[in-house]
Design a protein around this ligand. Structure first.
Ligand SMILES: Cc1ncc(COP(=O)(O)O)c(C=O)c1O
Length: 441
């Protein structure tokens, strides 16, 4: 395994042009200039091949340019590209039926479609306020829900996302996410840390800050993504559901990163047998064509009259064609692949943890896996520079990976990745850890 001298000349030339015209606000993680991709492999413009362990942040669920997704888009492109959400077309209806059919609740579902994760969050917030006629929301520290002015009020993973944008939407109260590895609240003896967080919400927030009958919804990621691939303890979601039921608060499940088969189930919240009221989806839903939306209990979205919300592109025919093909592929093959390879990868990462004391914790479900690096295992102090060095080395060794949270490297490859490619990627990852260990020895 050799460290490459990347970027090459063609990539360098394009990056130089990029800097002239594209705002630096798009913070890049590596100097990777894509030429093309297939499955879980991508190539840059100088011909360097990479194993893709991040899938454009959990987006290329079926892999790059899956022939069935490409064919579905091509066939639709020949017919029409757009007709606006003010008219009807059948693919939009079929996608609505398909999404309603995989809703993670028994009650009948209804769907609203948009173009991104942030827009799906905006739709969920507006629908929740409209339906409940209540004002407040509860969200979690370290959450990421997007960057539009509404969603931004909920995003709390990095101060730089918020700097200079105040005032944001009022009425949003943040509480700690149930991260049992780095808890910040005191549990009662025998109490699951997830239950501790829910007790805190009830006693401190509903009891002292926001009257429960004025709280519209609690928005939560089933596994915190940008915040560090943090998996909540098993007691959390059942307790949160009970709390919402007690006070008539809507449980809004942001599955933008964790959903659509990534964790081995359609929706990550299903791992805890809990039914949300509104699900936000985007990213993996259409294999890379921009699409987002919400799936909610029918009574919530039925109460939304024409014009109360909307957009131009919702249900866009190209995105709908891509989404339908994606959902079929995930159902037929890739959700099972994610579940199976997820168990295998978790095992391999735990073996790595036994060899490398720099690893504090390995966590995740399916192909949403995080490896948390620490200064020492006892203090669990995050080691951000070490993590950043690993991401840099994996790039130079031939894999695309990204960090998240204070000190985690995330693995979110296409759900279609093969075991051989996953093995290759994991070997690159371990070599990067070895190199970083030498640097910081
Ligand atoms: C959980 C979650 N919600 C919302 C978003 C925002 O999605 P988008 O970037 O498509 O607006 C993201 C993006 O990373 C996310 O991970």
């Amino acid at each position: 395994m050799e460290l490459r001298d990347v970027p090459g000349p063609k990539a360098r030339a394009i990056i130089a042009r990029d800097k002239q015209v594209l705002s630096p606000v798009a913070g890049r993680v590596a100097e990777f200039v894509m030429s093309h991709g297939r499955g879980a492999e991508v190539w840059d413009v100088d011909g360097y091949r990479y194993v893709d362990l991040i899938a454009g942040i959990a987006v290329n669920s079926t892999g790059h340019s899956h022939p069935r997704v490409v064919q579905a888009i091509q066939q639709q492109a020949e017919k029409f590209l757009h007709i606006s959400a003010d008219y009807y077309h059948e693919l939009w209806v079929r996608l609505g039926e398909r999404l309603a059919g995989i809703a993670p609740f028994q009650e009948e579902a209804m769907v609203f479609l948009a173009n991104s994760g942030a827009e799906s969050v905006e739709a969920a917030l507006k629908a929740a306020r409209y339906y409940t006629k209540r004002k407040f929301f509860i969200a979690f520290l370290s959450a990421f829900h997007g960057r539009t002015m509404g969603a931004l009020a909920f995003t709390a993973s990095k101060a730089k996302y918020r700097a200079n944008y105040f005032p944001w939407m009022p009425g949003v109260l943040h509480v700690p996410y149930p991260d049992a590895y780095r808890p910040v609240l005191l549990s009662k003896p025998g109490e699951d840390y997830g239950e501790t967080v829910v007790r805190y919400i009830e006693e401190q927030v509903l009891g002292k800050l926001a009257p429960p009958d004025e709280v519209a919804g609690i928005i939560v990621e089933p596994i915190q993504g940008e915040g560090g691939y943090v998996v909540p303890p098993d007691g959390f979601f059942p307790a949160l559901r009970r709390l919402c039921d007690k006070y008539g608060i809507l449980l809004i499940d942001d599955e933008v990163q964790a959903g659509v088969g990534r964790t081995g189930k359609w929706w990550a919240i299903e791992h805890w047998g809990v039914e949300p009221d509104i699900v936000c989806t985007a990213k993996g839903i259409a294999s890379g064509v921009p699409m987002g939306g919400i799936i909610a209990r029918k009574r919530i979205l039925e109460a939304w009259p024409p014009g109360a919300h909307g957009n131009t592109y919702g249900g866009n025919p190209l995105a709908a064609a891509a989404a339908l093909a994606t959902i079929d592929l995930i159902e037929q093959e890739y959700m099972a692949n994610a579940a199976q390879l997820g168990v295998y990868a978790l095992e391999r990462l735990n073996e790595m943890a036994a060899r490398h004391p720099s690893i504090g914790q390995v966590r995740g479900k399916g192909l949403m896996l995080g490896v948390d690096f620490v200064k020492d295992r006892e203090s669990r102090e995050p080691f951000a520079e070490f993590r950043d060095r690993i991401v840099e080395y994996t790039f130079r060794l031939g894999a695309l990976m990204m960090g998240c949270g204070p000190s985690t490297v995330r693995l979110a490859p296409p759900l279609a990745i093969t075991k051989d490619l996953l093995d290759e990627g994991l070997e690159i990852f371990e070599e990067a850890i070895r190199l970083a260990e030498k640097d910081f020895a």
